[in-house]
Design a protein around this ligand. Structure first.
Ligand code: SF4
Length: 441
């Protein structure tokens, strides 16, 4: 397999701020092949843009790359001089930003701004530069490019400004384009046009692209591989098809649950409670633990390592630890055995029902001889923790109501054990039974 165009290896970035050391990136590793689009996704503040700026070595004040390498075409960009890095910016890799209005220089014409890049990176000046600038504006779909070359950014609409930004980025013929939320500020129609322009140019030029976005719709359209970031960590990586069919990390799954989709139009959108933890935190466990429904003790005390989650899919989560999976399998086997045992352990559940049976005798004749049994409920197990809701569903006549009545002993069960707060309901009588029925209605 040939070496990737870009290899990011264990990149860590720290920023010395008023509030302490911000660990903006912590051992981020990924690679991008020639011609590939790699999407970095995640919520605001999870480290996507910091990754992009670190690749360009455009660090914020107080920022320093403390570990790792950024290898572009075999050259480690963390080890070259600032003068060499200036040559890389624009030619080796270029970047386009979310807000073209603030990235373009308001007092220079579009032609002058593109001409500057052409002069620095390709040595083009005068007529040759003007012709190339016109060609670039035409490639990004700006009508009447000759006339528009002499215009200022304020004379362009939002979508057209973003096209100018793309033209400027392409002027240095970069091998890698980093696009940081390039369409977020645009309406959906213009967004589609700009994405189409970027994809077309990428195909024609065989350029690699890192697309930074929080928009999974954009990712689905243009990316081949996806990396999910959370709190300065890369936490999942997968090819697009795999990621959209089987997002593995609990955070990725929550990102999908929060998507507005047709079938949820009338329902509530899922939200991810809480927010990304401050990056001044010294993490001792999984960074997502406070917001994760699947978190358990291990998650709070041990940072998860990378584990395979499917074909070319890896995830940083204890749930995918093969040892943990084996443990979970044996735990569930134990649970099955425990469920078969009618004795209820001290599990902390408010209500536990084991092997509940309600059989009604079928009688016949004047002596009401029992000739058979209706097994209305036959060996039911359930448990409910305090504050939780358990839904018991099924057609009419399947035994749901009988279960409720048997738990309350409004019908005496034929077998099994029901424990309320650890106490066997069968042992209650008189005033205790009435008190129990008052607390369990
Ligand atoms: Fe959730 Fe634990 Fe996986 Fe972190 S390691 S995502 S807390 S299950």
């Amino acid at each position: 397999m040939s070496a990737p165009l870009l290899a990011v290896e264990g990149l860590s970035l720290q920023i010395d701020s008023e509030n302490g050391i911000v660990r903006a990136l912590d051992q981020v590793s990924f690679s991008v092949a020639e011609g590939e689009t790699y999407a970095l996704v995640g919520e605001s503040g999870c480290g996507k843009s910091m990754t992009a700026l670190s690749l360009m070595r455009l660090l914020p004040p107080g920022g320093a790359i403390t570990r790792g390498n950024v290898i572009l075409d075999g050259r480690d960009l963390c080890r070259i001089s600032e003068a060499d890095m200036r040559r890389v910016r624009g030619a080796g890799m270029a970047m386009i930003f979310q807000e073209p209005g603030t990235s373009l220089n308001a007092v220079l014409t579009v032609g002058q701004q593109i001409g500057e890049v052409l002069a620095i990176h390709r040595g083009l000046r005068g007529k040759a530069a003007a012709q190339e600038a016109i060609s670039l504006l035409r490639q990004v779909g700006i009508p009447d490019p000759q006339r528009r070359l002499g215009e200022y950014p304020f004379q362009f609409s939002g979508g057209m400004k973003q096209r100018v930004m793309i033209a400027m980025a392409l002027a240095g013929e970069p091998r890698l384009l980093i696009a940081d939320e390039p369409t977020t500020a645009l309406d959906v129609t213009i967004q589609a046009q700009v994405l189409e322009v970027m994809s077309k140019l990428q195909r024609e030029r065989g350029m690699a692209m890192i697309l930074i976005t929080h928009d999974l719709g954009v990712v689905a359209r243009v990316a081949q591989r996806i990396g999910v970031m959370y709190a300065g960590h890369l936490i999942e990586e997968a090819p697009r098809e795999r990621f959209f069919a089987h997002p593995a990390h609990p955070y990725s799954r929550k990102l999908f649950a929060a998507l507005p989709e047709g079938h949820r139009e009338r329902g509530m959108l899922a939200t991810i409670p809480g927010s990304v933890p401050p990056l001044t935190t010294v993490f001792t466990g999984c960074r997502f633990a406070e917001r994760c429904d699947s978190a358990w003790q291990r998650c709070h005390g041990e940072p998860p390592a990378w584990h395979d989650a499917g074909p070319q899919q890896r995830v940083r989560c204890h749930l995918f630890d093969p040892d943990e999976t084996m443990q979970a399998a044996s735990d569930s086997e134990l649970a099955v055995h425990a469920a078969r045992d009618t004795s209820v352990g001290s599990s902390g559940n408010l209500l536990e029902v084991r092997d509940l049976k309600v059989h009604f005798p079928i009688t016949s004749g004047v002596f009401r001889r029992v000739v058979g049994q209706v097994r209305a409920v036959d060996g039911l197990d359930l448990e409910i923790a305090a504050g939780r809701t358990l839904a018991l569903v099924g057609e009419s006549g399947c035994g749901k109501t009988t279960v409720g009545k048997a738990i309350l002993r409004l019908i005496e069960p034929s077998g099994g054990v029901t424990r309320l707060d650890g106490e066997n309901v069968a042992s209650f009588a008189g005033a205790r039974l009435r008190a129990m029925r008052a607390s369990m209605q």
